[in-house]
Design a protein around this ligand. Structure first.
Ligand code: SF4
Length: 469
């Protein structure tokens, strides 16, 4: 049976617009805001929506949180230390309120959606004015209005089965944009809390996605990043199903210069998707394919539904179809019960695949997940030693894999001035590798052709190619 996500109706959107107008007229409303974002791109994109709504309410962004009248923490709960850091910063703000009595403190995001967290906020963090979960994002104007008219904390956590369309947005960049295509996850990897806090998988209607993409293209956006916890299973449960590959084809036809996506689950990476990538001029030759472990037994206990060999088969297919493709991954070390030999399997897989980049993590038990109650939790010092070994290996490999770009032409979407020099700029090439090249502020947001001439600190160094005529 397919579940139908609750599509936030136009009527509801109008109701929220009403609250935005009311807040704009309130004499006691905050004048400035600052949003602090933790975690993944989904959270960064949610923060863009929140900032958009705050600006519609008449607030202006304050560059520092200490200067703002309204501070919102958009939290992550994937790892325990992200959660601890967020709560530490929220508590620190309580001190700021001593000199800024009208300061409003709000918390949202995955952490609030965790079981029991809303109650904890009400009891232990009474100074928080407003807290809401990821499923309540579209109700933010209403909740903000209620909080502004109340002396007590306003806390709202709904079931996460909502797809909200048409929210105002304040995009962080004009040249590149996030575009969410689906929400939630059905995979229940045994270490992951996402399905519990972001809810079950639900896809946006293709026409809503295409319309948003069209508007982005027309506004001059050069790169879109399609977002979802598992974009490869896009389309499940839609009335008229559409595969992720089909959606990509439709987006490719629009002529947006660069299309990227994340995150992908190896078990759902279809041949159709690989072929679509191979035939597209706009889908970038790069793939983020989390492996998590190189050992079959660990993969099974992680509930990943693929073996090492099946994963390697996907990598081979990708490399055959898209020669030179940039590959990156996520890896967890110290999963419960991971032996030295099983960790060595991960090391050997990394040696075999030769990734261009890897996000490496020490396993972090999350209450409510299956892995948290597994026996044989790996001691901290063992996990720390393993991650150091893995980072050192990946570093070495990266130096080697980056060599293939030297002498090649690339196209960089310039993100900003280089941190090391005012006469250089940096950005990402088509393979998602960072590139530094000579340039100035005028290049920011432009796609600049260049030739790679070297490697410095795992970053490619390039010279510009001046094209005549
Ligand atoms: S695929 Fe697994 S790791 Fe990724 S969000 Fe879903 S449950 Fe978490």
């Amino acid at each position: 049976m397919t579940r139908t996500a609750v599509h936030v109706a136009e009527e509801e959107a109008r109701r929220q617009e009403e609250f935005i107008r009311e807040i704009r007229e309130l004499p006691q409303r905050p004048q400035t805001y600052h949003v602090v974002t933790y975690g993944c791109q989904m959270n960064a994109h949610d923060s863009e929506k929140i900032a958009g709504m705050l600006e519609e309410m008449g607030l202006r962004e304050a560059p520092q949180r200490e200067e703002a009248d309204f501070v919102l923490f958009n939290t992550c709960c994937v790892r325990e230390n992200a959660e601890r850091r967020a709560l530490g910063n929220v508590t620190w703000l309580k001190e700021v309120r001593k000199t800024h009595p009208n300061l409003m403190i709000a918390v949202c995001g995955c952490m609030i959606q965790e079981p029991g967290m809303a109650e904890k906020v009400l009891k232990q963090y009474k100074f928080i004015d407003l807290a809401f979960g990821t499923a309540n994002l579209h109700q933010f104007p209403e909740l903000m209005y209620t909080a502004l008219n109340s002396d007590r904390s306003v806390v709202q956590v709904a079931q996460d089965d909502v797809i909200a369309e048409g929210l105002p947005m304040r995009r962080l960049r004009q040249d590149a944009a996030y575009l969410t295509i689906m929400y939630g996850c059905d995979n229940f990897c045994s270490f992951c809390i996402v399905p519990y806090v972001r809810g079950r998988e639900r896809s946006r209607q293709p026409e809503d996605i295409l319309q948003e993409a069209e508007a982005l293209r027309d506004s001059g956006v050069k790169e879109i990043m399609l977002l979802g916890q598992n974009v490869n299973s896009y389309g499940k449960g839609l009335e008229h199903p559409m595969s992720f590959a089909e959606l990509l084809k439709r987006l490719d036809e629009m002529g947006i210069p660069r299309i990227r996506f994340m995150t992908s689950h190896p078990k759902d990476l279809s041949d159709e998707l690989i072929e679509t990538m191979a035939g597209s001029p706009h889908i970038l030759p790069q793939f983020h394919l989390p492996v998590q472990s190189g050992n079959d037994e660990i993969l099974k206990r992680m509930n990943r539904h693929y073996t090492r060999e099946q994963y390697l088969d996907r990598v081979r297919k990708l490399r055959q179809a898209v020669p030179g493709i940039g590959l990156s991954t996520d890896i967890i070390v110290g999963f419960p019960g991971e032996t030295e030999a099983q960790f060595e399997d991960t090391m050997s897989l990394v040696r075999e695949v030769k990734y261009d980049g890897a996000f490496t993590f020490i396993y972090s038990p999350r209450v409510g997940t299956r892995a948290a109650s597994m026996a044989d939790q790996v001691p901290e010092e063992v996990s720390s030693r393993r991650i150091q070994q893995l980072i050192a290996l990946q570093d070495e490999i990266q130096k080697e894999t980056l060599q293939r770009f030297v002498g090649q032409e690339e196209q960089v979407l310039v993100e900003g001035l280089s941190r090391r020099s005012q006469e250089a700029v940096s950005g990402k090439g088509r393979h998602a590798v960072s590139i530094t090249l000579p340039g100035s502020m005028a290049d920011i947001g432009q796609i600049v052709p260049c030739r790679i001439i070297g490697i410095k600190n795992n970053t490619l160094v390039a010279e510009r190619i001046e094209r005549n005529g």
